[in-house]
Design a protein. Structure first.
Lengths: 319, 235
């Protein structure tokens, strides 16, 4: 995927593998894999076949989590909430190989002066790719420490020039075809949103990779956002549309259970989920069965960078 | 089925019921458990699921032996499987207390090794307030602990001696609480999953069927009783 997008820059479009040929190749590969049959092979192969590609020219940054070890890569890529591919956290790694990440377009529209549809390659090369190690806190009270690769979402936003009317940004994820397995009551596709200032915050990362490699499908390939001071579900995966709007957009989990998942969903140890405490989290960053349970930090430890955006707001009401 | 065969079958059932626990131990010792992304979550679900499945298994025995003629001997396994349900429920509870709650197992063990025998207790006291807070606030924990408490009562009163001491009627009355425990366990499951998640529907469906079959038996018995009663008066 990445190789192809790299070529888009350097090679005349006539030399790029025609889409039909590429798709035929993919079909062929799928048939080969299906033909192999044996359960063990089948389990091992999809992973190898959709192996993530190394991202070249990563810029290292000072975004780090010095007091916590990084989560082992295998754990970060095998424990995912991506309900489009199953409810169990192991399901996405098993099922997300059906996600077709090429070709991939991201439509940017709404209250902007320059609406535009980006081909994946264009978006990928828009800015130098940075590596940032962030805390990742799930609303289910577990957390990881993950090196994400991407660039600030604000760079993309500046490019399309939002009008003064644009107050919120809505992200719309890909509509996956295997929706009969999805939890009831969810109006797919998945959608999330941020307030304009949150989307422009330098921490908000348009993310293409992790651990120096392009995103695994189960992590929301090929492009997602990472909003490190909010619970994980706010960081929409496999984004196909970014829409600038004037009103707070509907968001998936909020529509499903508004009392449990607020629009803001900032990590906040003083506001419990109705059914569990958010004061602590299970830190999944070792290969030990004895978990480190650590206190959850206000704004997931990013208060210095984000607290001012919520000055004067009642965070118990605006959970 | 002869008593001798029953003894053999019992041994087999014991092994089968212990298999999940042994599997978990094996995963611990060969390191695959630690490679699970969230081992604690894995153990919690594993022990919780087996507790629920064992409980449903023990509840399935009565309807099965009444519907299938040759299975009347199966009653001999009901208590045993019920006790295994309690066993897995206890592991499930211990997982919560010792792993989920933030209990520092390595510190407790290091303390023990260094000869500070009170260290495990000290660690427990440190997390006690969090657990009490959970219990006070969380409905799914209340109903789960309730279900476990019922299973505890049933396990303690399960020996033959206790049955005799209590008298059959009283004993049966107490042990009917198993239905409540099973229902509470299902509710526990529904209350802890995220809204929209349907995973608990399968166990709920099985429990519903098992309870409906019993209801059917009760209705049939009552109807039978009505037709038999006048005859009894006449004789």
């Amino acid at each position: 995927m990445l190789l192809l997008s790299d070529r888009e820059k350097e090679i005349a479009s006539s030399e790029i593998t025609p889409r039909a040929t590429f798709e035929a190749f993919q079909m062929n590969r799928r048939q080969v894999m299906a033909g192999l049959g044996a359960a063990g092979l089948a389990a091992a192969l999809p992973r190898a076949a959709r192996a993530e590609t190394k991202i070249d020219g990563l810029v290292t940054t000072s975004y780090a989590v010095p007091d916590r070890d990084t989560t082992p890569e295998a754990k970060a890529k095998s424990y995912n909430n991506f309900y489009e591919f199953g409810e169990d956290k192991g399901d996405p790694a098993k099922n997300a190989h059906t996600l077709k990440t090429y070709p991939w377009d991201v439509k940017v529209e709404g209250l902007v002066a320059k609406p535009r549809t980006f081909q994946f390659g264009e978006l990928f090369h828009l800015q130098p790719m940075q590596q940032r190690v962030y805390r990742f806190r799930c609303v289910e009270a577990w957390s990881m420490v993950i090196p994400w690769d991407g660039y600030p979402l604000s760079e993309l936003i500046k490019l399309v020039e939002p009008t003064p009317k644009a107050k919120f940004v809505q992200f719309i994820s890909v509509a996956n075809s295997s929706q009969e397995e999805l939890p009831s009551g969810i109006d797919w596709p998945y959608t999330e949103g941020l307030r304009m200032d949150e989307a422009m915050n330098p921490l908000t990362l348009l993310t293409f990779g992790s651990y120096g490699q392009t995103l695994a499908n189960q992590q929301g390939a090929p492009v997602r956002v990472i909003v490190p001071w909010k619970y994980g579900f706010k960081s929409a995966k496999s984004i196909v549309k970014i829409k600038f709007v004037d009103k707070m957009p509907p968001t998936t989990w909020n529509e499903l259970a508004a009392s449990e998942y607020g629009f803001y969903s900032n990590v906040n140890p003083t506001v419990d989920h109705p059914r569990w405490s958010q004061a602590h989290e299970r830190l999944l960053n070792t290969n030990s069965i004895f978990p480190k349970v650590v206190p959850t930090l206000m704004f997931n430890g990013y208060a210095d960078q984000v607290a001012s955006m919520y000055a004067g707001m009642d965070l118990k009401k605006n959970y | 089925m002869s008593n001798r065969t029953i003894a053999y079958v019992k041994a087999v059932v014991h092994v089968l019921c212990l298999l999940p626990a042994l599997l978990l131990l094996r995963m611990y010792f060969n390191g695959t458990l630690a490679l699970e992304a969230d081992p604690v979550n894995y153990i919690t679900h594993f022990t919780g699921n087996w507790a629920l499945w064992m409980l449903l298994g023990s509840l399935a025995i009565t309807p099965l032996r009444r519907l299938v003629a040759g299975l009347s001997w199966a009653i001999r396994f009901r208590r045993m499987i019920g006790l295994y349900a309690f066993f897995y429920a206890t592991l499930h509870l211990l997982t919560y207390v010792l792993l989920f709650s933030g209990y520092d197992v390595p510190a407790a063990m290091a303390g023990l090794r260094a000869g500070h025998l009170s260290q495990p207790w000290t660690q427990l006291k440190m997390i006690w307030p969090t657990m009490l807070d959970d219990l006070r606030k969380r409905k799914f924990i209340q109903v789960g602990l309730g279900a476990w408490t019922i299973l505890l009562v049933l396990a303690v009163t399960s020996p033959q001696r206790v049955l005799r001491a209590m008298g059959g009627k009283n004993w049966a009355r107490v042990h009917r609480l198993v239905y409540l425990a099973a229902a509470m366990a299902c509710v526990h499951y529904w209350w802890l999953v995220k809204t929209g998640v349907r995973t608990p529907w399968k166990v709920t469906a099985v429990l519903t069927v098992l309870l409906l079959v019993r209801l059917g038996f009760a209705v049939a018995k009552r109807a039978k009783g009505r037709t038999v009663a006048p005859a009894a008066v006449r004789s």
